[in-house]
Write a protein of this length. Structure first.
Length: 211
């Protein structure tokens, strides 16, 4: 069976593994703090990122088998923002708001695409993986909206219902979908650039090894 190319995304470089495990440790601490604060929605998202991140190391039984640390960092973006820059704004855009959240969702979608390719019969090339990221990020906006709505009803949070806003909840929800679409497209372009640069670097290394 021909290889799709996504298999090569799982790295076994020590520097990459160290950075990846540091991010996993940080996310684990954040998830613990969120559980203590009973912020169950974000705790669940954070633990999901941790679980997906360590899948290669668990399956290969090799702690060096890790996704690129840049992808893990992108998936960690809203958690990093909540821990370091909560409430700060740049140009009226909240750093821990919609855009960072959906960039993280896009990174999680990429992680899922890579792991589906590597560990299941499903095979994807780079272009389809990028398209999968865009579509999955937009679709995740609907799932996230439902999760927030259920959390507001049953956990007493104010993600959608009762949060202070100058617009209606319906308008806020539509902006969530807009942000998800823009973040998905932006992340897709970013990943395409990353994959292209990665292919070029591997091609150079192969030429040097064969020289």
């Amino acid at each position: 069976m021909s290889r799709s190319g996504l298999r090569d995304v799982v790295e076994r470089r020590q520097a990459n593994a160290i950075l990846g495990w540091l991010l996993v440790g940080f996310l684990t601490l954040v998830a613990g703090a969120e559980l203590v604060e009973r912020d169950l929605l974000w705790a669940g998202f954070t633990l999901a990122v941790v679980t997906l991140t360590i899948v290669p190391a668990v399956v290969y039984r090799d702690p060096l088998a890790m996704l690129p640390w840049e992808v893990i960092a992108l998936a960690s973006l809203p958690m990093l923002g909540r821990a370091l820059v909560t409430g700060q704004q740049v140009g009226g855009i909240t750093l821990t708001g919609r855009v960072t959240t959906y960039f993280a969702v896009a990174a999680v979608a990429l992680i899922i695409a890579v792991e589906l390719d590597v560990f299941t019969p499903v095979k994807m090339n780079y272009s389809f993986a990028v398209l999968f990221v865009v579509i999955a990020t937009t679709a995740a906006a609907g799932v996230w909206a439902i999760a927030q709505w259920l959390s507001d009803i049953y956990l007493g949070t104010n993600f959608l219902l009762g949060r202070p806003t100058t617009t209606s909840p319906e308008t806020e929800l539509m902006w969530d979908f807009v942000a998800a679409t823009l973040a998905g497209i932006g992340a897709g372009l970013l990943f395409e650039f990353y994959f292209r640069r990665r292919r070029d670097r591997q091609a150079v290394l192969t030429e040097e090894a064969n020289a």
